[in-house]
Ligand binder design. Structure first.
Ligand code: AMP
Ligand code: ZN
Length: 466
């Protein structure tokens, strides 16, 4: 299996550190707002990478953090007159809801930066003792020029960085020796969350958080480190400098970066104000459509969001799921395969191999999806009423497996929801019959929260989505 490694700028054969297991770290969101669909791209892409590795038989230890201490969180907390942790806890819960809608599986561990402060203090101490970091009146800086490999991931050269940044001064960072040095620890300001440390009451810089969480949950050397391309510099470059200087070992073997999700040709970003929330898209589309749309492009290709592309993803997915539904509804005969059916059976195996070949080639989900379209064409024509049940099972199982690798569910969300609603309505009817009006009202409220309004008619209870 080949993976494009940002570190070597080449597609390389993937070889894990320990046979059969993968240690993978994916930089997670800063939790001060609902996520936009740009943020959803790495979540969906790397969840799919994880699913594929598991399919190949690897045990994947998947760690993805929440950055829950940050200027933007503090700003939001001040605006809303609540504590920082109230803001971050609220949005961690909301991010998790969006991830679940998009069928992004929970990580093995979702560490939070604020719960890892001791590890950060330890690593900063190690870096100071080893001569890579220095303290100026409570602010601790990493001296980038001290790390020989600085720039190896982003291809930046430290002298050019120095030259380019000579004039730029960042407030609060006046004490640093070189413009390429970066903050590991900084003093608190009035009203900010802070922790005691040997240097001052303060809080960590962003980069040290990920180095420490990766070390704690995965170890000094990890297989894959991933995130969006915007993280290559400075975030990931700085993580390498910190981790390798502190641990004395190569940090991550493979660095994977997804390209941007754009809108009107520009990066979707909170700061640019051109973003669409996952929540907003889900008002209009089934979450699976968004997932399918994201995977319709290779993860290293920029993807432009548009209504047309979403509509075409919706139609494409509909075609696949209709084909799947039909396969589950037709009647099969319990008998061995005849010669013709054997050929179709073998052809299905050929499609599985092609799907795998696409995924083995740096997770090319775009090609893998084309293979699925070809497969359903074959199945639509050749798997009909009366064919052997062996062929029927093979067709259904294959679609189940391949779609699950993309995180697409074959049972429609809407159907699950419909069943759940019907069940609640029945419970409400029974409660009313038993004159338990309190319970009946509770169920009505619950349905209302789900966006369902009830209408008591002469023909019984009718419901509609509001
Ligand atoms: P942030 O909360 O901005 O730190 O972003 C969390 C993750 O989303 C990072 O891996 C970013 O690289 C990624 N990300 C942010 N915006 C986009 C975008 N428009 N397209 C793709 N990935 C993005
Ligand atoms: Zn990170």
């Amino acid at each position: 299996m080949k993976i494009f490694n940002t570190l070597t700028r080449k597609k390389e054969e993937f070889v894990p550190i320990n046979p059969g297991e993968i240690k993978m770290y994916v930089c997670g969101p800063t939790v001060y707002n609902l996520i936009h669909i740009g943020n959803a791209r790495p979540m969906i892409v790397f969840d799919t990478v994880r699913r594929y590795f598991e399919y190949k038989g690897y045990k994947v230890n998947y760690v993805s953090n929440f950055t829950d201490v940050d200027d933007k969180i503090i700003k939001r907390a001040t605006e809303e007159n609540v504590s920082s942790s109230e803001v971050s806890e609220k949005y961690i819960a909301e991010v998790k809801k969006d991830m679940a809608s998009l069928n992004v599986r929970e990580a093995t561990t979702h560490p939070k930066a604020t719960e890892e402060i001791n590890g950060m203090i330890d690593m900063i101490n190690t870096l100071i003792d080893a001569g890579f970091a220095y303290d100026v009146d409570g602010t601790v800086y990493y001296e980038a020029g001290k790390f020989k490999g600085y720039g190896k991931l982003s291809g930046k050269n430290i002298d050019e960085l120095e030259a380019g940044h000579r004039e730029i001064k960042v407030t609060g960072e006046e004490g640093k020796k070189h413009s390429s040095d970066f903050v590991l620890w900084k003093p608190k300001k009035e009203g900010e969350p802070s922790w005691k440390s040997p240097w001052c009451d303060g809080r960590p810089g962003w980069h040290i958080e990920c180095s420490v969480m990766a070390k704690r949950y995965l170890g000094d050397e990890i297989d894959i480190h991933a995130g969006g391309v915007d993280l290559i510099f400075p975030h990931h470059e700085n993580e390498i400098a910190q981790s390798e200087a502190a641990n004395g070992k190569p940090f991550a073997r493979y660095w994977m970066h997804n390209a941007f999700l754009n809108i009107d040709g520009e990066k979707m970003a909170k700061s640019a104000g051109n973003f669409l929330l996952v929540r907003d898209i889900l008002k209009q589309y089934d979450p699976q459509v968004l997932r399918f749309f994201m995977l319709s492009a290779h993860y290293r290709s920029p993807l432009n969001f548009s209504e047309e592309l979403m509509e075409s993803s919706k139609n494409g997915l509909e075609r696949i799921l209709n084909s799947y539904d039909r396969l589950t509804e037709i009647s099969y005969e319990g008998r061995p395969l005849n010669e013709e059916e054997q050929k179709i059976f073998d052809a299905i195996n050929g499609y599985i191999e092609r799907f795998e070949a696409a995924m083995d080639d740096d997770i090319n989900t775009a090609d893998a999806i084309s293979v699925i379209f070809e497969l359903i064409k074959l199945l639509n024509i050749n798997v009909k009423d009366g064919v052997s049940d062996i062929l029927g099972e093979k067709a259904i199982e294959t679609l189940d497996t391949l779609l699950d690798l993309l995180g697409i569910k074959t049972v429609r969300e809407k159907e699950i929801l419909d069943e759940e609603i019907e069940k609640l309505i029945m419970e409400r009817n029974e409660a009313r019959k038993a004159k338990d009006f309190k319970k009946a009202d509770e169920i009505r409220d619950k349905l209302q929260d789900m966006g369902i309004s009830l209408l008591d008619t002469r023909d019984g209870v009718k419901w509609k989505r509001t």
